[in-house]
Design a protein around this ligand. Structure first.
Ligand SMILES: Nc1ncnc2c1ncn2[C@@H]1O[C@H](COP(=O)(O)OP(=O)(O)O)[C@@H](O)[C@H]1O
Ligand SMILES: O=c1ccn([C@@H]2O[C@H](COP(=O)(O)O)[C@@H](O)[C@H]2O)c(=O)[nH]1
Length: 228
């Protein structure tokens, strides 16, 4: 299985890019959203001075479950993904089953943050999009889809989204093999073509562990576009 990590700020277009890949990769492909792994109760010690939870701090996520689930997928096992509700900011009682597939896109603000998870990923991407575009997109989406008001989105941006982006998210660029700009069509074509080629020549197959991947050195060399 080929595991693609897509990180970047909120509103940078991670979900949209992941969906683009879904349409371009020929193999069996699915998405795992890191947002599903928000903790049900946010740690009190990271609350802001104004008394609000900090959903942009790494401690906002259930890392143990994430590591376990990504390892299970790599081993070819299905997982039960939590369902997070952005309107109530809580985990629902139900889960959804995610079966292993040829390719899994793991997208989220901290998808390439954790060392253990980075090692499970076959390619690490970062969407680098200017702050004005990210906030404009986020306002649009959060007001229309996540039950927020314009004032609350702006207040949260100043209080946590912007400072946490600068402190924790932006430095992830150092871990990225592939830094993608605002226009994502070319990056999606390159990445999907690479994945299609790897499967065509039999470098990967469904439900295998790293041991069965073979040709690793070729993969690492060829996809490392960031350092060219
Ligand atoms: N390349 C793009 N061009 C224009 N709008 C985009 C682009 N990528 C994302 N958007 C829009 O921006 C908003 C946030 O995108 P989304 O993919 O949800 O971002 P993220 O998952 O990084 O938070 C959505 O309304 C989406 O339609
Ligand atoms: O209950 C919550 C949980 C998260 N958020 C915000 O969501 C974004 C991350 O999601 P994207 O899909 O990447 O935008 C993060 O910046 C949190 O601030 C929230 O508002 N409420």
């Amino acid at each position: 299985m080929y595991l693609i990590g897509i990180s970047g700020g909120s509103g940078s277009g991670k979900t949209t890019f992941a969906n683009k890949l879904i349409n371009m990769v020929k193999e069996d492909i699915s998405i795992l959203h890191m947002d599903s792994y928000y903790l049900n109760v946010q740690p009190q010690e990271h609350y802001t001075a104004k008394g609000n939870p900090n959903y942009d701090h790494p401690a906002a996520f259930d890392w143990e479950l994430l590591r376990t689930h990504l390892s299970e997928l790599k081993r070819g096992n299905p997982i039960e993904v939590p369902v997070y509700d952005f309107v109530s900011s809580s985990r629902l009682q139900k889960t959804t089953t995610l079966n292993p597939s040829d390719v899994i896109v793991f997208e989220g603000i901290f998808s390439i943050f954790d060392k253990e998870i980075r090692e499970l990923l076959d390619i690490r991407c970062f969407l680098h999009v200017d702050a004005d575009i990210r906030i404009a997109r986020r306002i649009n989406r959060d007001v229309n889809e996540r039950g927020r008001t314009l004032q609350s989105v702006i207040a949260q941006y100043y209080e946590t989204v912007r400072p946490m982006y600068n402190k924790f998210l932006a430095p992830q660029k150092d871990y990225a093999d592939f830094i993608i700009g605002e226009e994502t069509d070319i990056a999606a074509s390159i990445l999907s073509a690479k994945v299609n080629e790897l499967y065509k020549i039999g470098k990967y197959c469904l439900n295998t562990t790293n041991l069965n991947r073979g040709g690793l050195e070729v993969d690492n060399h060829q996809v490392n576009l960031n350092h060219d």
